[in-house]
Design a protein around this ligand. Structure first.
Ligand code: NDP
Length: 288
């Protein structure tokens, strides 16, 4: 039976820490940290993420404003808005909710955000700083995973961390973080062309699944006692639920849990950490 890594509790601890730090910041006479959120269009998932970020910010004393634009906005107009936010000294962090409509180039908009305000850590300068080990903003989901490990006393030094998935938002930045001095894992990154994926996964002391396929990681892929971190969020049909589906991870939890040493559930594992790290980054943007 694995020990459950409680992402909700750990994220709540982090939010409380940020709240106290914001209080100390404002008590010294400084204005509250300010996060500008840009939302284009009315995609329900994006709107819901943005509402969650605004609510979590307010709870810790971070001010935020969600600027909503119709999906007919042009790329040039959006770039102008980002430029204005860059120039505004009262704005500490800028977050452009992705994905953007097809006629707007995500990369061009992300690259327009000032690296000093890039709380999502998507700008190439932020990614570069991360990869050569300089201080900077933390990429939300990967940094959330590292904090889950640290706060659960999982040994990372010398551990073999196998990451399944090489995306720019999870797999690659997580590999960079796990390689950092002080974390010191030995990292293997797998993807859809990897040969003998199960054999490599079975070597992992820390196995991270960031694939986007329900129940991909089976018991045969897990070394007894390994720490299993499930990043996946997948909808599977479930007629017993009012909404007709439920959320599951990339790990076959019921099969893997008896073998693993530690495991994150879905929901309630990695998910809650993402917003917690965003709050840490916004505080950092205001205080650096
Ligand atoms: P992407 O689709 O960008 O990347 C998926 C990765 O999985 C790719 O590198 C792909 O390989 C790899 N992959 C796909 N199929 C296989 C396979 N059969 N064998 C081996 N590797 C495979 O996804 P993201 O990284 O954006 O997200 C992954 C999951 O994490 C999703 O479920 C997403 O919803 C969730 N997520 C959760 C977050 C949270 O806060 N909890 C935050 C971000 C994401 P290749 O590159 O070769 O195509």
């Amino acid at each position: 039976m694995a020990t459950l890594i409680d992402g909700r509790q750990i994220a709540s601890d982090i939010r409380e820490e940020v709240k106290q730090a914001v209080l100390a910041h404002t008590s010294s006479g400084k204005r509250a940290p300010y996060l500008a959120v840009v939302l284009v269009g009315d995609d329900p998932a994006s709107s819901s993420y943005v509402r969650g970020k605004a609510k979590a910010s307010a709870e810790v004393g971070i001010e935020s404003d969600t600027m909503t634009f119709p999906d007919t906005i042009s790329e040039a107009e959006l770039l102008e808005i980002v430029a204005r936010l860059n120039d505004d000294d009262n704005v500490d962090g800028i977050l452009v909710q992705l994905p953007l409509p097809a006629h707007i180039d995500d990369t061009r908009v992300i690259n327009a955000i000032s690296p000093d305000k890039d709380v999502d850590c998507f700008h190439p300068a932020s990614v570069g700083r991360l990869s050569i080990g300089l201080d900077g903003f933390a990429p939300a989901t990967p940094a959330g995973i590292v904090q889950l490990l640290e706060r659960s006393d999982i040994e990372t030094s010398g551990a073999h961390c196998v990451i399944i998935g090489r995306s720019n938002i999870v797999g690659k930045p997580l590999a960079n973080l796990m390689l950092r001095k002080g974390i010191d894992a030995t990292v293997t990154v797998c993807h859809s062309r990897t040969r003998d994926l199960a054999g490599i996964a079975r070597q992992a002391d820390i196995l991270v699944a960031a694939i986007g396929r329900a129940h991909f990681v089976t018991a045969e892929m897990v070394k007894p006692g390994a720490t299993v971190i499930d990043v996946g969020i997948n909808r599977v049909d479930d007629s017993t639920r009012d909404r007709g589906y439920r959320l599951v991870g990339d790990v076959d939890f019921d099969a893997v849990e008896p073998i693993a040493g530690h495991i994150t559930p879905v929901p309630g594992g990695v998910g809650p950490m993402t917003i917690a790290v965003l709050l840490q980054n916004t505080l950092k943007a205001a205080t650096m």
